[in-house]
Design a protein around this ligand. Structure first.
Ligand code: 13P
Length: 245
């Protein structure tokens, strides 16, 4: 069975004091032990979080580079993450794809480098509103997945997050049917890799997840957890982690 997985993506939010508050809230919460929890603070606060957060919760960066070290101003390496006990990275978030212009191939290359060097990757995909309205959702997600398959062979350190762009930060959550439909399509696509990968890979939903809508979404057969943005900064994140308790 796939272990339920809840990630908190803080994006470019927070301060030393607000992040300390989130950490202490998580440290004091009674969390469902059947759920794998990972939080992704801004790079500057990774060590603060890792040094203060309970060890049962893992920490992720929001990006990582695909070269070992060297003249890459502004980037962080996989070995630097591991040196700091940061065991996960979010890659291919739509904000990086659209605002920072990361291509499918660049995202795939970073995913390859991170997973081959021992860092787990929350790999994000998803369509824009325009693409959904044009009936291209599955085509877009499949294209993003194909680019990944072209570069990686070991899927064991990959968690997929389906995040429809129109649902991110908008309060406009995908319906359970819309989400389940795409998750099922991703699962079917993974069968083309092989049955084991399809069976074992967690597929998270992201986009306006909150403590109210997580229960229904979390019951869908192909939704194996969430990637939470805005609500991960609030005490309600605990309720989302505990949505199946
Ligand atoms: P929101 O939960 O704020 O919609 O963000 C979702 C997201 O982008 C998580 O990576």
């Amino acid at each position: 069975a796939r272990k339920f997985f809840v990630g908190g993506n803080f994006k470019m939010n927070g301060s030393i004091s607000s992040i300390k508050e989130i950490v202490s809230n998580l440290n004091n919460a009674d969390l469902d032990t059947e759920v794998e929890v990972v939080v992704a603070p801004p790079a500057l606060y990774l060590l603060l979080v890792r040094d203060n957060l309970r060890s049962s919760i893992e920490v992720a960066s929001q990006n990582v580079f695909d070269k070992p070290n060297g003249a890459f101003t502004g980037e962080i390496s996989v070995s630097q993450l591991k040196d700091s006990n940061i065991t996960w990275s979010i890659l291919g978030h739509s904000e990086r794809r659209t605002i920072l212009k990361e291509s499918d191939a660049v995202v795939a290359s970073k995913t390859k480098y991170a997973t081959e060097n021992g860092v787990g990757v929350i790999w994000c995909c998803g369509e824009s509103l325009e693409e959904r309205e044009a009936g291209k959702t599955i085509e877009v997600v499949s294209r993003q997945l194909e680019a990944l398959r072209a570069q990686i062979s070991d899927w064991s350190r990959v968690v997929i997050a389906y995040e429809p762009i129109w649902a991110i930060g908008t309060g406009k959550v995908a319906t359970t049917e819309q989400a389940q439909e795409v998750h099922k399509a991703i699962r079917d696509w993974l069968k083309g890799v092989n049955d084991k990968v399809a069976d074992e890979t967690r597929i998270l939903y992201g986009g306006s997840v909150n403590e109210k809508n997580c229960g229904e979404l979390g019951k869908q057969p192909d939704i194996d957890g969430f990637l939470v943005g805005g609500a991960s900064l609030k005490p309600a994140f605990v309720d989302i982690i505990n949505c199946r308790k």
